[in-house]
Design a binder for this molecule. Sequence first.
Ligand SMILES: [Zn+2]
Length: 411
Amino acid sequence: MMLKMGKWAVAIWVMLICNQPVFAQEFRALAQVNIAESEIKLSAHKAQVSLNISQSVPFRISALDMPPRLVVDFNEVDFTGVARTDIFPQADTNDGLRFGAFDRGWSRLILELGTPMTLNSADMRVLEDSAGAIIDIQLSASNAEDFANWASESQAKLRGIPKELPRFAPKPRQNGERPLVVVIDAGHGGIDSGAEREGVRESSLVLTFAKELQSLLQEEGGMEVHLTRDRDIFVPLQARVSFARKMNADVFLSIHADALEKGRATGTSIYTLSDEASDAASHQLAQSQDRGDLLAGVDLTGQDDKISELLMEMVRRETTPRTDMLAAAMLDGIRTSLGSMHRRPHLKAGFSVLRAADIPSVLIELGFMSSSNDLAQMLDPGWRDQISFGILLALQSWKADDAEAATLIRK
Ligand SMILES: [Zn+2]
């Protein structure tokens, strides 16, 4: 007996190990069931499934006939430890409820309805005060013919859905213990020289700075730093984002020094992604960077796939507060080291290069080449050392704050 159990333990262990690389390549949102707030009610006239889960997950509804059953597939709900009577008080007298892992990445709930029913509503409400959500499904009695039609149509549709979702694996969040992986993106390059003033090209100015910053972050900060370009070549915006994902970046910093006549811009400023620009100047800036490079968005955008959009949205929801924290840390760090900044130092616009859904990304305008004062500063190695030091401070404090925020979320 002991031997047998030992074998099983080994078999299960091997399965887990073998499965790991597969899991790592998929986005697996595993929601827990809040038993106290979940309930399934069934009568001869209607049925209600109300599930309170720890995070929103994609789900789909179908029906099976003979006998009439409601089928809900989730991507994915963890039913481990949930007893039928926990969420279905009638389970004592009615054993027509099943739930659990179903297919790779999917879990399934099946409820025997006892009578043909029709779907009145199905929706998922995201809870304001937590990351949780409520899935609510309502059905009422119908007739056998309608139910048979619903069952065959919904099963046909299910067969049309690819079993595996597009592969999109958000990087595990940094925990404050290992070296931070930073990707520095020197803006423009090659045929795209960016702004040009007094014989200085933005593309070469920001490349010089990117290399200096890389040395400092590596040598003083012990960070792992990669550059999207280390010489004067053209790199499409999309390729810069893909590179950051390939390098498993914790943080993405895009470095610019654009020219902006509007509003007589001067001073260092930090930009984060938003579909709505803070002001006309920010909008113009984002647009000018997209010029000649209209490829936008991460791998999944542009695909006509509602599920991927939902996944991307869910990922972005976790990343946005981390990005805001990064921008705030940059403001603090740079202000500390330089003493002054742009009059409105944190701005937002639709920069394509900041679109990685799972990597906190900011764009730093070191200054504006259109300001002769800014240009003189940016050409001064001493000034560049100062701002580099501010960025180092910012990354160090963000690393700790971000790791702490992650443990709070897990609690
Ligand atoms: Zn630029």
